[in-house]
Design a protein around this ligand. Structure first.
Ligand code: ATP
Ligand code: MG
Length: 314
């Protein structure tokens, strides 16, 4: 099982669209995919469930909010019990051998970061606070190590556009980080900051693990930067616009983050109605559409990097 966090501090860069569609395309290639919605905006969840269904079936007891809430994440509510199989997308995947499951989010997750921060400060001894730091930041990683999740090939985590504690648990849990970005000044500006903050978190986590002599529960982490994938790229007469090409080149030459070959074009026609059908656009679109080919290329690039290509030993 490979765990990938999809993150960027910048809002509206296509994280959720990418998570839903990359997950769907990977499932269409026969993989068993679990999507984890860690954003209180709950957009990924609403890509698969109507708001009414979410209220009726999930909101009260089957979302990640119940898992993070309480005394300590996961103490009262086991993570495997939160997995749901959205019907419409899985019917669309029939015959592919793949599957797309989801752990839903909740609008109330917005309050959880503060509660977790309070838990983090709740001990007085140095050893106690290091222990608490590891338990809190490592909670999702530990939960995903449950045998139940071994049936998945790929877990994609849709993060909120922030670096709060919930997002940090996703980074600790992930083997790789995928960073969707728009090819514009503000989106590319934040990339170094994001890389620096991730590195700082990894170092602190590992320092604390080593300080504790490598506790049985927590092991050092080493999440890799899978890379930046440029989304909503403007194409005119078959080519990326000059301005955007300059931003992409700037990141490619000067950033510590690798840039993926694949790009996703701006296509309001395909992504304008996100969430209304319960089936990600790439499973509904004509396979000859250019953006479908781009997503297919992206899936190939990501799955190869993760050594999850069809036919590879699982
Ligand atoms: N390739 C694309 N072409 C056109 N529109 C797109 C594309 N990708 C995403 N969008 C649209 O852009 C908007 C933002 O996308 P999305 O919600 O995926 O971004 P996000 O990074 O998850 O945002 P947030 O930070 O708020 O979680 C949505 O309305 C979505 O439908
Ligand atoms: Mg989002």
């Amino acid at each position: 099982m490979r765990v990938v966090a999809v993150m960027n501090y910048k809002g509206g860069v296509g994280k959720t669209t990418l998570t839903a569609n990359l997950g769907a395309v990977a499932a269409g290639r026969g993989l068993r995919v679990l999507l984890l919605d860690l954003d209180p905006q709950t957009n990924l969840t609403f890509s698969f469930f109507s708001i009414d269904d979410w209220h009726e079936q999930l909101a009260d007891n089957r979302t990640i909010k119940q898992w993070y809430g309480g005394e300590m994440p996961g103490r009262d509510v086991p993570l495997p019990g939160l997995v749901v199989s959205p019907g419409r997308v899985n019917r669309a995947l029939a015959g592919t051998g793949g599957r797309l499951d989801l752990i839903a989010s909740h609008l109330g997750l917005i309050d959880i970061d503060l509660e977790l921060a309070a838990l983090l400060g709740g001990t007085t001894t140095l050893d106690g606070s290091k222990r608490r730091f590891l338990d809190l930041h490592g909670c999702l990683r530990q939960a995903l190590a449950d045998d139940h999740f071994a049936e998945y090939d790929l877990v994609l985590i849709d993060c909120a556009p922030n670096f709060g504690l919930v997002t940090k648990t996703a980074i600790v849990a992930s083997e790789q980080i995928l960073v969707p970005a728009k090819a514009d000044y503000l989106s590319t500006l934040g990339l170094e900051y994001l890389v620096g903050n991730c590195a700082g978190l990894v170092q602190q986590f590992n320092d604390f693990v080593n300080h504790n002599g490598g506790t049985r529960e927590h092991r050092p982490i080493d999440p890799g930067m899978l890379g930046v994938v440029f989304t909503m790229v403007q194409i005119y007469s078959q080519d990326v616009t000059t301005a955007q090409r300059a931003y992409i080149e700037e990141v490619r030459l000067n950033s510590k983050v690798p840039v993926l070959q694949s790009r996703i074009r701006n296509s309001p026609h395909h992504f304008g109605d996100a969430g209304e059908t319960g089936v990600p656009a790439m499973l509904r679109a004509n396979s000859r559409d250019k953006v479908v080919r781009e997503f297919d290329q992206l899936a190939g690039e990501v799955l190869t990097a993760l050594e999850l290509t069809p036919g590879a030993p699982r």
